[in-house]
Design a protein around this ligand. Structure first.
Ligand SMILES: C[S@@+](CC[C@H](N)C(=O)[O-])C[C@H]1O[C@@H](n2cnc3c(N)ncnc32)[C@H](O)[C@@H]1O
Length: 198
């Protein structure tokens, strides 16, 4: 069985066990991951943090783009998926953490992320959990950092606008279903909220 097919089955099993936590029946396509990562300077980052790494479709592409001394901390709440990630990517730059994104700061030793990659299913998470995680995003990100967020609907946009002065948006139409991509940052430091579409 190809890795692609076995990953889809693993993902489907994870979804069947906990649909609200997984939030999708298929891993993100490699095209959508590429489009999402193009919204941030992963190659220039010293610390990348990934929330909701799943079967690792983004993890692999992040590692491919990162420089030799950069660090990737990937959080995944499902122990079976976290185990798969740790086994698949034996890369010294990667630390796989099986924990909730709510605890991300515990795993960063006070460091701030240059790039935050977030594929959490915000619309299906329990509202209090969603709020706790969203409020953490700007706290985890460095002043010049960028948080890239992938979702299957634009519903999270008002929350992202609440948290970040600048939110850029684009679509990745080749994904099934089409993916909504957001790049969130502190902008020019004026604190003026702005949203642009590409
Ligand atoms: C929509 S899937 C995305 C998986 C993968 N990044 C991809 O793009 O295919 C969401 C992932 O987030 C994980 N997840 C859900 N809630 C989480 C939480 N509170 N902390 C960490 N991971 C979480 C799920 O187990 C699942 O693997």
């Amino acid at each position: 069985m190809s890795q692609n097919v076995s990953d889809r089955l693993r993902f489907l099993r994870a979804f069947a066990s906990n649909p609200r936590q997984v939030g999708a029946i298929l891993p993100t396509s490699r095209w959508a991951v590429r489009d999402m990562l193009d919204l941030a300077d992963v190659a220039g980052a010293d610390l990348v943090v990934e929330l909701g790494a799943g079967t690792g479709v983004s993890t692999g592409q992040i590692l491919d783009r990162m420089h030799g001394s950069a660090r990737l901390v990937a959080l995944e709440i499902d122990p079976r998926l976290a185990g798969l990630l740790a086994q698949r990517y034996a890369d010294p730059r990667l630390e796989v953490v099986c924990d909730s994104a709510e605890n991300v700061r515990r795993h960063l030793d006070g460091a701030a992320a240059d790039v935050l990659v977030c594929a959490l299913p915000f619309t299906s998470l329990e509202p209090a959990t969603r709020r706790r995680i969203l409020d953490l995003l700007p706290q985890v990100l460095g002043r010049r950092g960028v948080a890239v967020v992938i979702q299957y609907s634009p519903l999270i946009l008002p929350e992202l606008r609440r948290l970040f002065p600048v939110v850029r948006q684009r679509m990745s139409p080749r994904n099934v279903p089409p993916a909504f991509l957001f790049a969130c940052s502190g902008g020019d430091g004026t604190g003026t909220a702005a949203t642009s579409s590409e």
